[in-house]
Ligand binder design. Structure first.
Ligand SMILES: [Zn+2]
Length: 288
């Protein structure tokens, strides 16, 4: 983990549009929390928290993808929850140490904004838009968890791999990233051999290339058609759950007199219709 030099000065302007939760804050809440954050670059496979070491930071990914891993009694690990620029890691800081995750690792290298645990707790309590967004995000995670359980039960591994690749591309903002077979098998909850077979099928169909941990999406439209319905339904669920009423986005607890107007560029049209297909081959969907 290394600080991103020269990034703090312009953070308030640029990162405003790169993390969807931060995007959803009122302008005044955002300005206050941004001044307490710093940008860091995380490496592939880096462990940012584990049960033996209390979480010291809350993380808001910009291009990195983090994953809360569940560690079983035999030492095997499995994805609990992957988070990119649509969310944050560190909700457990709002409760107590009993809720700390087994392990949080970096699935896709990239940048995050981080904020000290104590500061995050204080901001979450004092800032209305922060408090309400985190509550809504928690609700989304609960619903997504239930949905994921159904996905694992009912959808084929190739379909689920397509979904996961699309979600990762949306979070990372690129159609090319690095994965190990081990991390893919952990994320999908299947054996490495099954990952190999599924990846080979997707390659043969001309949807991806996968060589020495480098995975490239070469046919985005085809990947969407091959994905299970969960890719699209989770995007809709996110939009419906996270959207804050306008009066909440503009107001703070005990600070109504200083309500500020939200910039014209914020937020994206949350309720826009999500296109089924992208306009051209290899293009990217709008971020989740
Ligand atoms: Zn599914």
């Amino acid at each position: 983990m290394r600080p991103c030099q020269g990034r703090q000065a312009d953070m308030k302007q640029r990162e405003r549009v790169r993390n969807r939760l931060l995007n959803g804050l009122s302008e005044s809440d955002y300005q206050r929390i941004a001044s307490d954050m710093e940008a860091v670059e995380l490496a592939l496979g880096e462990v940012v928290a584990h049960r033996a070491s209390p979480l010291e930071w809350a993380f808001f990914p910009l291009t990195a993808v983090l994953c809360t891993m569940t560690v079983l009694s035999d030492g095997d690990t499995m994805e609990g929850c992957a988070v990119g620029n649509e969310g944050m890691e560190g909700l457990c800081l709002l409760t107590d140490e009993l809720s700390e995750p087994d392990r949080i690792t970096v699935l896709v290298k990239g940048e995050v904004l981080r904020i000290r645990a104590a500061t995050f707790r204080r901001q979450a309590k004092e800032r209305l838009s922060m408090s309400q967004l985190l509550t809504r995000y928690l609700l989304f995670l609960a619903r997504r968890g239930a949905h994921n359980a159904a996905c694992i039960q009912h959808h084929a591994i190739e379909e689920r791999m397509c979904r996961w690749l699309l979600e990762t591309a949306d979070r990372n903002g690129q159609d090319r990233f690095h994965f190990t077979q081990e991390s893919l098998s952990q994320m999908l909850g299947v054996r490495r051999q099954s990952v190999n077979t599924a990846a080979r099928h997707l390659q043969q169909a001309g949807l991806i290339t996968y060589h020495r941990s480098k995975l490239t999406i070469v046919d985005r439209c085809g990947l969407e058609e091959a994905s299970c319905e969960c890719y699209r339904s989770n995007r809709v669920l996110y939009e419906q759950t996270i959207t804050l009423p306008n009066d909440t986005k503009r107001g703070d607890i005990g600070d109504e007199a200083r309500q500020e107007r939200v910039p014209a560029t914020f937020p994206h049209s949350f309720m826009r219709k999500i296109p089924r297909r992208v306009p051209k081959r290899g293009g990217s969907m709008p971020p989740v």
